[in-house]
Design a protein around this ligand. Structure first.
Ligand code: MTE
Ligand code: MO
Length: 180
């Protein structure tokens, strides 16, 4: 009887250990902020640098269009001061991209192809669904029409965003973000 009990408890601890090993293996395959990203295959349209945990090229996280789309697309319909009427934007939430690269800072230094730079508080991305818009009314935005990436604030949904501070953060032709 006693022997049988011992055998059983030994079997039980082996089972628990196997389960632990299995759990660790599963955890290892889950997205890990410290894990390496694949290098970009296509034209790089956005580079993230600074306080980020996940990088693919020389300490930065470089994205081609498909890599950004893979982070996950979100739609946002809002008007803005440039176009008449409500526009349908589609792109990646800035908050999602920051999570993807494991950003840990509080300020984002955003830079555009035309040399314009502006600071965006990380807090904005927590309070509002700030979008890195890539498509306008179902079509990819080109550099000529403020693409390939335009930071869009949901000004129709949050009236307090109709303010010069936020229009100045609505940077078009966005090409780089440094997390400070
Ligand atoms: N790439 C880029 N984005 C930009 C700017 C710019 O010069 N270049 N100007 C910013 C500012 S200061 C404001 S108020 C809004 C509107 O600019 P505009 O009224 O000069 O068109 O876009 C913002 N985004
Ligand atoms: Mo401005």
């Amino acid at each position: 009887m006693i022997e049988a009990k011992n055998v059983q408890s030994v079997n039980c601890s082996i089972l628990i250990r196997s389960l632990l090993v299995l759990l660790l293996a599963v955890a290892g395959t889950a997205p890990d902020a410290a894990a390496e990203m694949k290098p970009p295959a296509g034209k790089v349209i956005l580079t993230l640098g600074g306080k980020i945990a996940r990088t693919n090229v020389a300490g930065t996280a470089q994205f081609d269009r498909d890599m950004l789309i893979a982070v996950g697309l979100t739609r946002l319909s809002t008007s803005n001061q440039f176009e008449t009427g409500v526009q349908d934007y589609e792109g990646v939430l800035l908050k999602d991209l920051l999570a993807y690269v494991g950003a840990t800072g509080t300020r984002l230094l955003a830079a555009a192809l035309d040399g314009y730079t502006i600071e965006i508080p990380v807090e904005d991305t927590e309070k509002y669904p700030v979008l890195l818009a890539m498509n306008l009314n179902g079509k990819a935005m080109t550099v000529r029409n403020k693409g390939p990436i335009w930071v869009i604030y949901p000004i129709d949904q949050f009236p307090e965003l109709k303010d010069e501070r936020f229009s100045a953060r609505s940077i078009w032709q966005l090409s780089r973000i440094d997390v400070k």
